[in-house]
Design a protein around this ligand. Structure first.
Ligand code: ATP
Ligand code: MN
Length: 462
């Protein structure tokens, strides 16, 4: 049976006979034997393989092997005389599945820029950095499910095709069955969506929250973890057109409970990743951002800072800094403000609560002051907003008024209002941008490098 290289590196014993399959990272030919480093993606480190010239077909096989070639190697583990590894593999037989012509294979030994690697996204996962990113991404995904499952949250699958614009921001992709060369028009030359596939305009979802609220009113605690889409044309290092969101929703829960869960959640996911991917995290700390391990330690071991929006604005005003966007109460905080608070002032994740109602979505619970809502954003050093959450407005009359005040048509929200009509309860939840979390954990500068196949303006391949 084929063994995973990570298991051999951790637990393999001298004299064990094993078979490994993977891709050649390096080949170093000596006089009478050749060193090959084989990587199967299970860990950052590969297995050092020694191929003596008495291995059948040695000369022929070595000619076919170069960086990138795929191989199957059977042999015996031995203690490694060299530094840097505990064991190595002494080869009995070797099969080459596929060659990788060194003249054209783009991933030769030298380091490549992330921009270049994005152009070869079909190959970049074979590099050290992207390999580490996607292992951490996997570990974080598993940790998210584990966290919620241990607490009895139901994982619900919210739709990807949606009829409602949850944020009211209008940054949505339309899903259509029309032949775009022959789009039916109404009498006043508007697109006639009544003739479209769904009989009305439909979109790719920007959030699963409204549907999660429906399910929380039956199962108490639920979460979604799935793709969401935004047609925002913001070409930043923190925005994608397709990204994954984690959205828990809890019935019988207020903002306090929501913040506590979010903090416990981030701590738990970081801890899990540190436990399962220590080598990868060490690598990020060494090669990408030397604050990665300190950040993880900070998240796991310190309480998050908590301030109200009003207090946060006062801190920004007192900071003595000149911001590109001037600070005043009512301002929708920009990244520069968020980063000042989390990175410079508190030096740790910071939860800002009770934002002005007019800069937040209509469904957030109105405070007694009539001006602010029970919202909370968690701001992370370097990243800015990583989580956005709120206690939801559970009072039918207040919610109806809010929908009217923000100028939305209440009709499409009939089912959302029904939840307040029948068995309404205080409830709360939050949304975490999963790629922002992976960026935060790994120190990767560009969000396009923490998702295997990034979709962004002018960017879709594969
Ligand atoms: P931002 O102000 O950074 O654009 P937002 O206010 O639009 O964020 P929300 O609508 O609250 O964000 O979405 C919830 C979470 O999803 C955010 O906290 C963030 O982590 C993540 N997120 C939002 N937009 C994107 C995007 N385009 N790409 C990746 N993640 C995103
Ligand atoms: Mn946005």
């Amino acid at each position: 049976m084929t063994q995973r290289i990570i298991d051999l590196l951790r637990n393999g014993q001298p004299n064990e006979t094993v078979t490994v399959k993977g891709w050649v990272r390096t080949k170093r030919e000596q006089k009478e034997f050749t060193f090959i480093e084989v990587n199967d993606g299970s860990s950052m480190a590969g297995l050092q393989v020694v191929v003596n010239q008495d291995v059948p077909g040695y000369a022929e096989t070595m000619k076919r092997i170069s960086t990138g070639a795929s191989v199957e190697i059977a042999g015996t583990l031995v203690e490694s005389p060299a530094k840097g590894q505990r064991i190595e593999l002494r080869t009995d037989s070797i099969i080459v599945y596929g060659e990788a012509d060194p003249e054209t294979y783009p991933l030769q030994k030298k380091r490549h820029s992330f921009e270049f690697l994005r152009e070869i996204a079909h190959l970049r996962s074979r590099t050290n950095t992207l390999g580490a990113v996607f292992r951490v991404r996997n570990a974080a995904s598993a940790a998210i499910h584990q966290f919620f499952q241990e607490r009895g949250f139901l994982w619900i699958h919210t739709p990807i095709i949606s009829a409602s614009d949850c944020e009211g921001a209008g940054e949505m992709f339309t899903v259509t069955g029309f032949d775009l060369n022959k789009v039916p028009l109404t009498a006043d030359k508007q697109v006639d969506y009544s003739k479209d596939f769904f009989g009305r305009q439909a979109y790719l979802t920007v959030s699963g929250q409204l549907e999660a609220e429906i399910m929380a009113m039956a199962f108490s605690n639920v979460y979604t973890f799935g793709p969401t889409f935004r047609a925002e044309n913001s070409n930043t290092s923190r925005h994608l057109a397709e990204f994954w969101m984690v959205e828990p929703e809890m019935a019988f829960c207020d903002l306090e409970g929501d913040m506590n869960l979010a903090e416990e959640f981030l701590k738990s996911v970081f801890q899990h990743v540190m436990n399962t991917c220590p080598e990868d995290m060490e690598f990020f700390n060494q090669r990408i951002d030397n604050s990665v391990l300190a950040t993880a330690d900070n998240i796991i071991n310190n309480e998050f800072a908590r301030v109200t929006y009003t207090e946060a604005i006062a801190l920004l005003e007192k900071s003595g800094k000149t911001f590109e966007y001037p600070v005043e109460w009512g301002l929708d905080m920009q990244s520069e403000h968020e980063r000042y608070l989390a990175e410079e002032y508190f030096k740790k994740p910071t939860i800002v609560t009770d934002y002005p109602a007019h800069i937040k979505a209509f469904y957030m619970r109105l405070n007694d002051d009539g001006k602010t809502v029970r919202a909370m954003d968690i701001l992370a050093p370097k990243i800015g907003e990583i989580i956005g959450g709120s206690q939801r407005e559970e009072r039918l009359d207040v919610l109806e008024q809010r929908i009217q005040d923000v100028g939305l048509d209440p009709a499409p929200y009939w089912w959302y209002l029904d939840l307040r009509r029948y068995g309404t309860v205080p409830h709360a939840g939050f949304g975490l941008g999963f790629e922002r979390l992976v960026q935060f954990m790994t120190g990767m500068g560009n969000i396009r490098d923490v998702i295997p196949f990034p979709r962004a303006p002018q960017e879709v391949e594969f």
